[in-house]
Design a protein around this ligand. Structure first.
Ligand SMILES: [Zn+2]
Length: 172
């Protein structure tokens, strides 16, 4: 059973998620699943148990890995907004823009890492970061520059979010 909050695998009779403590089912549901579980043959139980345990190990590795790559993801986020700003530039790019882009991109990268990626979340974060940067830098008046920038930041955010997402069980 997948936890709805953190998307990791749990034993079907577990009431709360082993990883995030999210309540997944009521005591009654849990008891009924426990009953069903007990009715399975020992062989089948062992097989499912091994599979779930393996997925839990992978999940833990995935989360550990995200933690290790936090700085890399912050830098990537900053890079995306800087890059987007520079290649769509119609005006000048100064130290002020550099700091604004670095800051907003870092925040987006940090949030994406903390929330375990996601394509639409990545898209949302980076379009928002780019928009905020354009507003602060006062370049919103250039529709072409802004449109192109939001588009590029959105695609980059989408792909970035996809790369951070946990790969589904079947592809492991
Ligand atoms: Zn969970």
């Amino acid at each position: 059973m997948l936890c709805k909050k953190c998307a990791c695998e749990n034993f079907p009779y577990e009431q709360t998620c082993w990883f995030c403590d999210n309540t997944m089912q009521s005591p009654a549901e849990s008891a009924s699943h426990q009953e069903e579980w007990n009715k399975l043959t020992a062989e089948l139980r062992n097989e499912i148990e091994a599979r779930i345990t393996q997925q839990q190990v992978k999940y833990q590795e995935y989360v550990t890995n995200l933690g290790k790559k936090r700085v890399l993801h912050i830098l990537t986020g900053a890079g995306i907004i800087l890059f987007t700003d520079i290649i769509t530039l119609t005006g000048s790019f100064g130290i002020f823009a550099f700091f604004i882009d670095t800051f907003l991109g870092s925040v987006a990268g940090r949030l994406l890492n903390a929330n375990k990626g996601g394509t639409y979340y990545g898209l949302f974060l980076f379009v928002t970061a780019y928009t905020a940067s354009a507003v602060i830098r006062g370049t919103m008046s250039s529709i072409l520059e802004f449109g192109m920038g939001a588009f590029i930041a959105g695609i980059a955010g989408y792909l970035f979010g996809n790369s951070l997402e946990i790969k589904r069980i079947d592809s492991w």
